[in-house]
Write a protein that binds this ligand. Structure first.
Ligand code: ZN
Length: 236
């Protein structure tokens, strides 16, 4: 375990992080990852705030979310500071370590995949101001359809803020026809952890193909922590 101090926590403002590797050899072989890729994916998933336990993936998600909200402080300060208008927020799966914070918003809704099909959400058009998900889209057959569905349930203006695992040195590929690969833990064989899509440096194109008006790419710690933002509505 090592300690780093280079970036403060977007969730709670703490400035000390702890690290433990999380990638296992089978996944390295399946994904054909090089040593540098293994290193940054370990940071993405295994470097955590010492205080609130949000990992670098969650940090990127929180930073992107705070940017959309135009909030200069931490996520903790946002959800505990009133008054401010509470956005109608849909969370799909527990989004990283952010659920305890997001669920404090009165207008928070949570649905889980695969109990709810991300490609057929049970909500009317324009029901939300924000849709948030984290490392879920790669498990959905037809990720563009799922993103288009996120766009459908968003009002205008609205934003879909999310992460997927991105290997930045290659292009996106479907795992159709390849051996089954699972996220979660070593030995995991749960169907909702089966990887359908390996996202690469063109991950942003899925956002635009899904019909969003703009796509933002927000780094927390490049390339370990990157979040994507699909905007519905005219650019500023
Ligand atoms: Zn923290």
């Amino acid at each position: 375990m090592t300690l780093t101090r280079d970036l403060s926590c977007q969730v709670c403002g703490h400035d000390r992080f702890v690290h433990a590797d999380v990638i296992w050899p089978e996944l390295v072989r399946q994904w054909q990852l090089g040593p540098d890729e293994v290193a940054y994916i370990n940071v993405q998933q295994g470097t955590r705030c010492e205080r609130c336990r949000a990992n670098v993936r969650s940090q990127a998600l929180a930073r992107a979310l705070l940017g959309v909200l135009e909030w200069p402080g931490t996520l903790e300060a946002y959800v505990t500071s009133l008054p401010h208008p509470s956005p109608r927020l849909l969370e799909i799966n527990e989004a990283g370590a952010l659920t305890p914070w997001l669920s404090r918003l009165r207008t928070h809704r949570l649905v889980r995949f695969p109990e709810h099909d991300m490609r057929a959400l049970p909500f009317a058009d324009g029901s939300f101001d924000l849709v948030v998900h984290s490392d879920t889209l790669e498990h959905v057959p037809g990720p563009e359809t799922a993103l288009a569905e996120c766009r459908r349930v968003l009002a205008t203006p609205g934003a879909c803020v999310f992460t997927v695992p991105i290997v930045v040195g290659r292009l996106t590929r479907s795992r159709a026809g390849l051996p089954d690969s699972y996220h979660g833990d070593p030995g995991c064989r749960e169907s909702d952890h089966l990887v359908q899509t390996e996202f690469g440096s063109d991950a942003w194109t899925a956002v635009l193909r899904a019909g969003f008006d703009a796509c933002g790419i927000v780094p927390y710690r490049y390339p370990a922590g990157i979040a994507l933002v699909g905007r519905r509505g005219p650019a500023d």
